[in-house]
Write a protein that binds this ligand. Structure first.
Ligand code: FE
Length: 175
């Protein structure tokens, strides 16, 4: 039931303790970071910024940043992906639509697509929730490699160690 406006309890915080086993929340004021070191390189001119690396449920939320045009990768998603374009635009060779700045995209399980950033886009940033695994494939579906929340965590640890933030900098994003 929605709270009535004249309900005297309406502005009272929840009075009971949270479940003892509940994990702490994650709050990131500068989701698009000012410190460039927070962007983790994953290929030439391609970076990701971890927000929630959910190893207990096997998904990751991150910003993907690309500063080049052309093909990024071809991959299969066994599970759903949600994307929200914050800057620039991109498209897939397999679809005739373009994901534009401000736009939302749902990628259903079973998608295999080839991500392209078109000419003229200096920087693309997209918020992605990726569930499970990304399988990198050839044009006929043969698996060439994969990423999951664990490979993402490993990349973060190595990078944050190398740039002086410390390998444990990534821990704040892990649940
Ligand atoms: Fe994808």
């Amino acid at each position: 039931m929605p709270v009535e406006e004249n309900d005297s309890d309406a502005r009272m915080p929840y009075q009971l303790p949270f479940p003892a086993e509940a994990l702490p929340e994650i709050v990131i004021p500068d989701a698009v970071p000012r410190d460039e070191r927070i962007w983790v390189p994953q290929a030439e001119n391609v970076w990701f910024r971890p927000l929630c690396l959910n190893r207990s449920q096997g998904y990751w939320m991150n910003l993907l940043k690309v500063r080049k045009s052309g093909v990024l990768s071809r991959h299969r998603h066994p599970q759903a992906v949600h994307g929200w374009v914050l800057k620039g635009r991109w498209h897939y060779l397999e679809h005739d639509w373009v994901a534009e700045e401000g736009g939302y995209v749902y990628e259903p399980p079973g998608e295999t697509h080839t991500l392209v950033v078109p000419e003229g886009v200096e920087e693309m940033i997209t918020y992605f929730q990726v569930n499970g695994v990304m399988l990198y494939v050839d044009p006929y579906g043969k698996t060439m490699g994969f990423e999951d929340v664990f490979t993402k965590i490993d990349l973060c640890r190595k990078h944050y160690e190398a740039v002086g933030l410390g390998a444990d900098y990534v821990d704040q994003f892990i649940r």
